[in-house]
Write a protein of this length. Structure first.
Length: 298
């Protein structure tokens, strides 16, 4: 693997020319609907009632003073189904949990939350997501809003439309309950999912990957101990095969679907700004390597 990494990092063929980016809006909508249909059957039904078979076990694993916030669904952008130079280029970000005590977050509400956070007062977590999208889409990291525009064959679009975000846990272990139905994201966040939550929700993450068929999965919340519970730990358990290209980047196969994994620490404390040491030394190089692996068909 070492020779492959050196060749990719030294290669100029991908970086020096402008790639042809195209968006399939119809396919993006179909994927949104397919994931929503799965969630309606398995997590939140069409009335936003929590129907997950693991509800009792997961709720029992969360003890006071924490609060079990059930049913917090995912975001799929309407430009998610992107191709670069004819290759599928689909980015899936996998954090731990939403972390808020709001129950019954449908995909519609989640899309509103993402939009509010992108266009409003961004927290460090969302800044980190945008930094990752900039680099994965071949753009320079930074804090200028002009640098968040993706030029495509059918016109310009904002980066937030060109990715999906599925939490490793579709419920949260939170500090306080929140009134359902709000699109606000300025709410308290505290606590990590329990081991039971991670284990039971892994089947939902596997199904989301099977539906969305990402080519890059960027996990957040990496821990020093690879056996500690995190989104990366869940993917390791699901994986049929993992081939590491670097400490952060691997080629992963789950149920016959192959993608590039970029496993990083949580951006809030580590790489929300490109000037932070972890960003410069680890996160940005890993994201660039992940992009090159996909574009070169590795």
């Amino acid at each position: 693997m070492g020779e492959d990494v050196s060749r990719l990092l030294e290669s100029k063929s991908v970086a020096t020319r402008i790639p042809h980016v195209s968006i399939d809006s119809t396919a993006s909508k179909q994927l949104q609907n397919q994931l929503a249909d799965y969630y309606h059957r398995s997590v939140l039904d069409t009335n936003a009632s929590f129907v997950c078979q693991s509800a009792v076990a997961c709720q029992a694993s969360v003890s006071l003073p924490s609060y079990f916030a059930a049913g917090q669904l995912s975001y799929v952008g309407d430009a998610y189904a992107t191709d670069v130079d004819g290759r599928p280029f689909r980015i899936l970000v996998v954090p731990m949990q939403i972390g808020q005590g709001q129950r019954g977050i449908t995909m519609t509400i989640r899309a509103e939350q993402v939009l509010v956070r992108v266009n409003g007062d961004r927290n460090p977590h969302m800044w980190g997501v945008i930094q990752a999208l900039r680099v994965l889409h071949g753009l320079a990291p930074g804090t200028d809003h002009d640098g968040e525009i993706l030029r495509t064959a059918t016109g310009d679009t904002h980066l937030y439309r060109a990715f999906a975000m599925v939490n490793a846990c579709l419920c949260s272990r939170a500090s306080t309950p929140i009134v359902p139905g709000s699109a606000s994201t300025n709410l308290p966040r505290k606590g990590n999912p329990t081991t039971v939550m991670y284990e039971n929700c892994s089947s939902h993450l596997a199904q989301a990957i099977a539906i969305l068929r990402p080519t890059i999965v960027q996990t957040q919340g990496r821990l020093k101990n690879p056996t500690a519970r995190s989104p990366e730990w869940v993917l390791r358990k699901l994986a049929d095969q993992i081939d590491w290209f670097s400490q952060e980047v691997a080629r992963v196969t789950i149920a016959g679907h192959r993608f590039v994994l970029c496993a990083l620490r949580h951006p809030t404390r580590n790489w929300w700004s490109p000037s932070l040491p972890y960003a410069k030394e680890t996160a940005l190089p890993a994201l660039r390597l992940a992009r090159r692996l996909v574009l070169e068909g590795q």
